[in-house]
Design a protein around this ligand. Structure first.
Ligand code: CP
Ligand code: NVA
Length: 309
């Protein structure tokens, strides 16, 4: 059966673990596997801007022996109204996998339904599962291995309704972690995703909690994470969002409340002085550059795993 990664829980806990182990191995040996040798092509499609995702998939597919075919919305016929299902049927006959950054989650689902090759969500409005694989791999690497993840507490503060919050809920629950979200009452995660995460957490020995209190969220946490307060597609709400998240900023006070030696994650791009201070982002507890590097290793691991199923 063709496997996809459209949301974090498309992998089982055991499968996520395999991908994370492989990500750490790829960091040690960039050319460990070459599943696309030939070369075979991978389509990498963008309906939204990107730096890390674009570069890490381009470099990653090349390092896997393949040919990355990077297309922006405006330069494909989808930009002129060709349907997702017709595009999927065509691409599926020509490339070995499809990676897509777009808006609605239903679009990647439709692509997966018709493509016949693995489809990878490279960020939708709802989820960013490639980023969470990189985040988990970076934490694991910084703490001596994948075994270290189980039982850790990750606190995410800021916009609780965005793709990163949703993916932390599912992805970290799968890894057996305790996940806390601290966000304003009207920027809380989707309740259905919280319920899904709670089910996974119960199976994997972790837990999920959601609060409007920054301090309760971050107190004693091993990992502190945040993200922009205005995601791609939310720009028109920029004014309405101003001032709504100030008390959720990750700053030196956040780090005083967190566990000693807590690590800081940010998927980037970061807006210093908004969701995180420069002092914390550029400080000794931040592992954001390792996290960004792991986009490459984790996605190579994911693609290698997907095409071997
Ligand atoms: N973190 C992330 O996905 O970055 P880009 O938007 O630059 O791809
Ligand atoms: N939540 C952010 C993540 C950027 C990588 C966005 O969707 O813009």
């Amino acid at each position: 059966m063709t496997r996809h990664l459209l949301r974090d829980d498309d992998l089982t806990a055991a499968e996520q673990r395999e991908v994370l182990e492989l990500a750490l191995a790829f960091r040690k040996d960039r050319h460990l596997h070459q599943p696309f040798a030939g070369p075979r092509a991978v389509a990498v499609l963008f309906d939204k801007p990107s730096t890390r995702t674009r570069v890490s998939f381009s470099a990653g597919v090349a390092e896997l022996g393949g040919y990355p075919l990077v297309l922006d919305a405006g330069s494909s016929q989808m930009g002129r109204g060709e349907s997702v299902s017709d595009t999927a049927k065509v691409l599926g006959r020509q490339v070995s996998a499809i990676v897509w950054r777009t808006f609605g989650q239903e679009r990647v689902e439709e692509m997966a339904e018709h493509a016949g090759v693995p489809v990878v969500n490279a960020l939708t409005d709802s989820f960013h599962p490639c980023q969470i694989l990189a985040d988990l791999a970076a934490i694991a690497d910084a703490r001596g291995g994948v075994d270290a993840l189980k039982g850790l507490t990750l606190a995410y503060v800021g916009d609780g309704a965005n793709n990163m919050a949703h993916s932390y809920l599912l992805g970290c629950a799968l890894a057996g972690m305790h996940v806390r979200i601290g966000a304003p009452a009207d920027y809380m995660p989707d309740e259905r995703i919280v319920l899904d995460a709670k089910k996974i957490a119960a199976e994997q020995g972790g837990s999920i909690s959601v609060t409007t209190d920054h301090d309760d969220a971050v107190r004693g946490a091993d990992v502190i994470a945040t993200d922009t307060w205005v995601s791609m597609g939310d720009e028109e709400q920029s004014d309405a969002r101003t001032g709504r998240f100030d008390q959720y900023q990750v700053n030196s006070r956040t780090m005083e409340l967190a566990a000693e030696g807590a690590q800081v994650l940010h998927c980037l791009p970061a807006y210093r002085g908004k969701e995180i201070t420069a002092e914390v982002l550029d400080g000794p507890q931040s592992i954001v550059w390792l996290e960004a590097e792991y986009r490459l290793h984790a996605q190579k691991a994911l693609l290698t795993w997907l095409v071997s199923q």
